[in-house]
Design a protein around this ligand. Structure first.
Ligand SMILES: Cc1cc2nc3c(=O)[nH]c(=O)nc-3n(C[C@H](O)[C@H](O)[C@H](O)COP(=O)(O)OP(=O)(O)OC[C@H]3O[C@@H](n4cnc5c(N)ncnc54)[C@H](O)[C@@H]3O)c2cc1C
Length: 493
């Protein structure tokens, strides 16, 4: 089947639906949401509820929906992924259409989307990484945690990452947030316990053959500033037959630390757990036991090249830090002490933060890594002033930065949709809301003309069914298809 004919078939089917819908209103509000992660789906759900005349299309660059629920949430957290049932009900609403395999920036530009739709909501997340900007960062064997997580979760962009798990026994993870803890747990957990999850087949096979025995979780600041939550910490501490090392000296508190703890329940819980672990466990690992080391007050200064000079990481050169109060914010920041030490390893995973990427024509705050906005209304510079970018909104990690759990995006979507509703009521969107726009028909025609083969929700359901079938054969919840070719081939069957 040619690309063009296939897209037109989708269009024909959609027209059948929209006939019913058009009879409700002769002026549908055509909305496009970019990104089908939690922020995108919550936005669609709220939009459909708030506006009877809204017809909402949700596009994603992948052939699969659900964003980080599929490619971020750890495979051994199946209960967290149940939210996809709710999202799939949204996608099946007759006023909603999912179009996968459509990338903002390459399949369609922002200015084109704005021409085609009355309202565009950007919810395409944060798909790049913060960098340390220190020597040796481009050595092989150094990956961002985002890439490693995408690798074990079967994201097609990281199918071929091939992290070095076989020729080293030591991994250094830079960062101590929840993502870092997820990564440590996946590296250290007995693979038997992962085998029934939806972990990607290639990752499970590599982990089964892994020679990694020691994982170092390294933070610039102390245990009081560790950016994780108690639930995730408890989980990694509970990994079967794991030796955990925490230096008691690192747990000493300054008066400023006490103050920080007093004002923050989450930090208090994390600190209590770390303190308990430091004093209760055995003082040495038994032979062959896997080890998890919490290392505080160290900042990476440069990466060490392997002695063979093959451009492979051989370790990290750290500078010891101490905390100093930052005058402006009152926060404690880490400053170098001039004392250095090396930690040898064969794999480094940087878990220092995700970063959003701007597309052409989109205002972007490079310092904060977000789209400048007020309550989801995108702002642009016009004659030296910040003004509202008419018809353009933002939600999720692209709006707030890469923090918060799935549910945070629900409140975020509520806020963005409330802004849209307010603007419609106040007539702020006059030119966009009153004029008739082609909406999905216009989009599908444009994509046809570019030979972009859209993956409909129905096509995704074929992928979903096949993944579950393959999973059953291996006694797994799901066996993900992990290459672009496999995914597209199945969707186009
Ligand atoms: C490793 C990890 C583990 C996590 N675990 C949990 C957990 O256990 N529990 C929990 O509650 N929260 C968890 N979170 C947080 C949660 O995943 C996020 O809060 C949430 O996914 C952010 O939603 P979003 O829609 O803004 O972004 P995303 O989920 O990233 O969705 C963005 C979507 O946009 C698409 N996209 C990107 N670029 C384009 C483009 N140019 N054109 C079209 N589409 C595009 C992407 O393919 C993706 O589908 C985790 C996060 C990470 C990183």
């Amino acid at each position: 089947m040619s690309f063009v004919r296939s897209n037109m078939a989708i269009l024909k089917a959609l027209k059948l639906f929209s006939k019913t819908f058009s009879s409700l209103s002769s002026h549908p509000l055509r909305v496009c949401v970019v990104g089908s992660g939690p922020a995108g789906f919550y936005t669609v759900e709220k939009m459909l509820k708030a506006h009877e005349r809204a017809e909402v299309d949700i596009i994603d660059r992948l052939p699969t929906p659900y964003g980080l629920v599929r490619s971020g949430v750890a495979p051994d957290h199946p209960e967290t992924k149940i939210v996809t049932n709710q999202f799939s009900r949204v996608a099946l609403n007759e006023r909603c259409s999912f179009f996968g395999n459509v990338s903002l920036g390459s399949s369609v530009s922002l200015s084109e989307l704005r021409e085609i739709y009355n309202v565009v909501v950007l919810a395409y997340g944060a798909e790049s990484d913060r960098v340390l900007d220190i020597p040796g960062e481009d050595l092989t064997g150094i990956h961002s945690a985002r890439e490693f997580v995408w690798w074990y979760n079967g994201h097609p962009d990281c199918r071929n990452l091939a992290p070095n798990l076989k020729s080293t026994d030591t991994v250094v993870i830079l960062g101590q947030g929840n993502v870092a803890l997820d990564v440590a747990r996946i590296l250290l957990r007995p693979t038997m316990e992962l085998a029934t999850t939806d972990i990607a087949f290639h990752a499970l096979a590599a982990l089964e053959e892994s020679s990694v025995r020691k994982v170092y979780l390294v933070g610039r600041r102390g245990p009081i500033q560790a950016a994780c939550t108690a639930k995730e910490l408890r989980e990694v501490l509970a990994v079967k037959d794991l030796y955990v090392n925490i230096h008691e000296a690192d747990l000493l508190k300054s008066p400023k630390d006490e103050e920080e703890l007093k004002n923050n329940r989450i930090r208090r819980r994390v600190y209590e757990l770390l303190s308990k672990e430091a004093t209760s466990g055995p003082s040495h690992p038994t032979s062959g036991q896997r080890e998890l080391h919490f290392v505080f007050f160290q900042k990476p200064d440069r990466f060490l090249d392997s002695e063979r000079g093959k451009g492979h990481v051989a370790g990290v050169h750290f500078e010891k830090t101490m905390l100093r109060e930052n005058g402006d914010s009152g926060k404690q920041i880490a400053v170098g002490t001039g004392q250095f030490e090396d930690l040898k390893c064969g794999l480094v995973l940087k878990s220092i933060g995700y970063k959003s990427v701007p597309v052409d024509g989109l205002p972007f705050d490079h310092h904060k890594g977000i789209v400048p906005n007020v309550k989801g209304r995108v702002l642009k510079y016009s004659s030296g002033n910040l003004t509202q970018f008419e018809g353009l909104y933002v939600c999720g990690w692209l709006k707030r930065g890469p923090t918060g759990i799935i549910a945070t995006n629900l409140y975020c979507a509520e806020e963005t949709v409330a802004s849209i509703s307010e603007d419609l009521e106040k007539g702020v969107l006059t030119s966009t809301s009153t004029s008739s726009k082609p909406g999905r028909e216009g989009l599908l025609q444009l994509l046809d003309s570019r030979n972009v083969r859209v993956v409909s929700f129905n096509d995704w359901e074929k992928i979903d069914t096949e993944e579950k079938r393959l999973g059953r054969l291996r006694n797994k919840q799901r066996e993900k298809l992990t290459t672009w070719e496999e995914l597209q081939e199945l969707a186009m069957k």
